[in-house]
Ligand binder design. Structure first.
Ligand SMILES: [Zn+2]
Length: 758
């Protein structure tokens, strides 16, 4: 466990025999395959550079940053630039540090100009991280000519506190990719697509929106294909398709793509009762892969099977059966998805890998290497958590056959190791084993009964049930004739299963509220007026007494429903600028006696009262927490007050969420830092930062584990290691984000929490 502030010892890991074999196999084929997925070594051999020490596996870059020195960097001269035809830079590295860096950046100096890019996450596992060359931009946004690269610079940025650690750089390669993701569609859809491919270990390049180079790739992915893609894109698309390029199209109704792929989109569909929540892959079409892919959406443009095309997955219906609406249809020219890319959960990654292999079978080697790197220690462990599985991996690698099965075999091996990892530290008595449920009010009584039984069977004993948005209830009122569940009914059903219900309030953000409610609040000028250039989503202004009274009353109402606790979420502002509405201005002037003349310029950015205003807004949120705490405590039945908070307290404070202050004042009983990390080591680093400001015994700390957060989430084994980290620190418990099929059907059964505690 890293100790903050002290340099950390890192062990130099010599590569295991299995991985060595796999790497040799993959490299041999990559170099000889001629066309397609190719890599060109840049380093090793590594040049001698200042601050780098040689190691058997590359170079070690040690860093020790103080509070004043914000970055460490190393420059590697590159002779002769990157090869023509290279589309990505691949860094093979692992990073161990005692704080989570604010960022890692890579710069290329080409023709005397610096171009920079941010690689996807590096952590303690040895990973091959790809950065598409088009991602390298100069200050004006121009794309780098990588063939003229002179210097490669790697920088690590401190998070505003002392930090030390080591980056082990094993290799740097240029890569000619077979997969490209087009720079098309809404930025948020593009980001989701990249996050999925990054996490799945599917190497890809970026393709510019003109699509002129589409024919250079075996697979081109459209994160969302616009109705009018722009003049001149149709011809390159048709040409590429004729040459054999396959297209993956997410969430589109484009007639052009329909013509090119031979797949027809259906009508736009909206969910009538509750969203679609998961996809059942078609095991027969996907080499036996059948794990449920979690994906929540209220609307779809489903594709339909035409001649020669088939569905590779269907949306699940209520009750957990595969329904009739296709989630993805595959033809010999590509794949068409009914919605945007799913979040990067493990099943979603495997689904996408299997679909890619249909068009680019050589990728199996890259997938195998990436899985072997991540699970090397587990594969070499003696005794093995599952000798049969480890042996099957060894055989596939040695024979260089069925390499496409390696990621799934490794996944099964990880699941087999999960239960003992969770049990490696003793659980406290009355451990809080919770789950957030965003869909709580939408489930029927029958579905709740089944869900509660499963939760109880798997050792989960509390649910944060989504109950309010901005003070408006989400649960149906009690009614004997309705199949919808009321909060009272949920409390009583849960009690039968031995599960506690905490009512979850989405306090200040109004996202998801009825339009009429938002319009009514807007008409009364009760919504946040964000400073120019920031935010814009509907939030309640925390400076107005009417809003505070409404929220306090709403919290009291929840207590009256017999819940075990009230849970505060979105108890902050949307952005650092906060709210600059008229009421906020009046409250600020009254409270501080200051008289800003230029509004809002005086109170935002570098304005002369900006600091005072920041403090004033934070105080408003803090006062709201205090008032809710008073109301909840004043109730006759004692309930627990909990709050979901940003784990990084600098981020929290910037958004006016002073949770260390709430804890010291004794207003909250349970602190739930949303510690959504993939890597258990990062989870621990973050946890220790939190515990620095939370004195032992002051509050129950119940960290959130991001099993299905929007960032790559832990699977059962990584979650188990995070649970063990909580237990080693004597914390009160943990909470999963969130209640879905992935948690119920895959993660909880592997964790066997009941074996390790009761
Ligand atoms: Zn305001």
């Amino acid at each position: 466990m890293p100790t903050p502030g002290k340099p950390m010892k890192t062990t130099e890991r010599i590569i295991g025999p299995l991985l060595a074999l796999a790497l040799a196999a993959a490299e041999a084929t990559a170099e000889t395959s001629g066309a397609g997925y190719e890599t060109f070594p840049v380093f090793p051999p590594f040049p001698d550079v200042a601050g780098a020490t040689g190691s058997p596996q590359g170079v070690g870059l040690d860093f020790n940053l103080s509070a004043t020195q914000s970055r460490a960097f190393w420059d590697f001269p590159v002779n002769g630039g990157l090869p023509i035809g290279a589309t990505s830079l691949e860094i093979e590295a692992s990073l161990v540090a005692d704080a989570i860096p604010a960022g890692i950046s890579i710069h290329l100096r080409s023709g005397g100009v610096w171009y920079d890019a941010t690689p996807p996450g590096l952590d303690g596992a040895r990973r091959r991280v790809g950065v598409p060359l088009r991602r390298f931009r100069d200050a004006a946004g121009a794309v780098c000519d990588a063939t003229r690269t002179e210097v490669l610079r790697i920088s690590i940025w401190s998070p505003g506190r002392p930090m030390s650690g080591r980056l082990d750089l094993h290799a740097v390669r240029a890569r000619a990719d077979v997969v490209a993701i087009a720079e098309l569609g809404e930025p948020v859809f593009l980001d989701r697509c990249r996050a999925l491919f990054d996490r799945a270990g599917i190497p890809y390049a970026d393709l510019d929106a003109s699509l002129q180079d589409a024919g250079a790739f075996e697979i081109v992915v459209f994160p969302q294909f616009p109705a009018n893609p722009g003049i001149g894109t149709a011809q390159p698309l048709r040409n590429a398709s004729r040459k054999g390029t396959a297209f993956f199209a997410f969430y589109t109704a484009s007639p052009l793509l329909s013509e090119v792929l031979g797949i027809n989109p259906g009508e736009w569909l909206q969910a009538s009762s509750g969203p679609w929540t998961a996809i059942a892959p078609d095991a027969k079409r996907l080499g036996g892969f059948a794990e449920i892919v979690p994906h929540e959406t209220g609307n779809l443009i489903p594709p339909y099977e035409g001649p020669g095309a088939y569905a590779a997955g269907h949306w699940l219906e209520r009750g957990g059966r595969a329904g009739r609406i296709p989630a993805c249809v595959v033809s010999d020219r590509g794949a068409w998805f009914a919605h945007i890319a799913p979040h990067p959960t493990r099943p979603a990654c495997e689904w996408m890998r299997r679909l890619c292999l249909k068009f680019s079978p050589d990728l199996a080697k890259a997938f195998a290497v990436s899985a072997l790197m991540e699970d090397e220690a587990l594969l070499e462990a003696r005794p093995s958590p599952a000798p049969g599985l480890a042996e099957a991996v060894r055989e596939a690698v040695a024979r260089r056959s069925k390499l496409e099965e390696v990621p799934l075999l490794c996944a099964a091996l990880r699941d087999a190791a999960a239960a003992s990892a969770a049990a490696s530290a003793a659980a406290p008595s009355n451990e809080w084993r919770c789950v957030w449920d965003t869909r709580a009010p939408g489930r029927t009584v029958a579905s709740w009964r089944a869900t509660l039984d499963k939760l109880a069977d798997h050792g989960v004993n509390a649910v944060f049930a989504f109950a309010q948005i901005g003070g408006s209830p989400r649960f149906a009122p009690p009614s004997p004739s309705s199949s919808a569940i009321s909060l009272e009914r949920l409390v009583s059903e849960a009690a039968k299963a031995g599960v506690a219900v905490h009512a979850w309030m989405q306090v200040l953000a109004l996202e998801g509220a009825d339009r009429a409610t938002i319009a009514a609040l807007q008409a009364e000028d009760r919504l946040v007026v964000a400073p120019p250039g920031s935010g814009g989503a509907p939030w309640l202004c925390p400076d107005q007494a009417a809003n505070r009274q409404m929220l306090v009353a709403a919290a009291s109402q929840l207590v009256a429903h017999g819940v075990a606790g009230v849970h505060l979420d979105y108890i902050r502002l949307e952005n650092p600028g906060g709210c600059v509405c008229k009421a906020s201005r009046a409250a600020f002037e009254k409270q501080t006696g200051l008289k800003p003349e230029a509004w809002p310029d005086d109170v935002v950015g570098e304005g002369r009262f900006a600091r005072d205003y920041q403090a004033f807004q934070t105080e408003s949120v803090t006062a709201l927490v205090r008032d809710i705490a008073d109301a909840v405590r004043g109730a006759t039945n004692r309930v627990a007050l909990s709050a979901a908070v940003f784990p990084d307290r600098r981020t929290a404070l910037r958004l006016h969420q002073d949770w260390p202050g709430w804890v010291s004042a004794g207003w909250i009983d349970v602190l739930c830092p949303m510690n959504y990390e993939l890597d258990p080591a990062w989870f621990e680093v973050r946890l220790d930062e939190i515990l620095e400001v939370v004195p032992a015994g002051r509050v129950a700390v119940v960290p959130g584990i991001g099993t299905h957060a929007s960032v790559p989430g832990p699977d059962a084994l990584a979650a188990a290691r995070q649970i063990a980290a909580c237990r080693r620190r004597g914390l009160a418990g943990f909470s999963f984000f969130y209640l879905d099929d992935l948690l119920l059907e895959s993660i909880l059964p592997a964790l066997k929490l009941d074996d390790s505690a009761r």
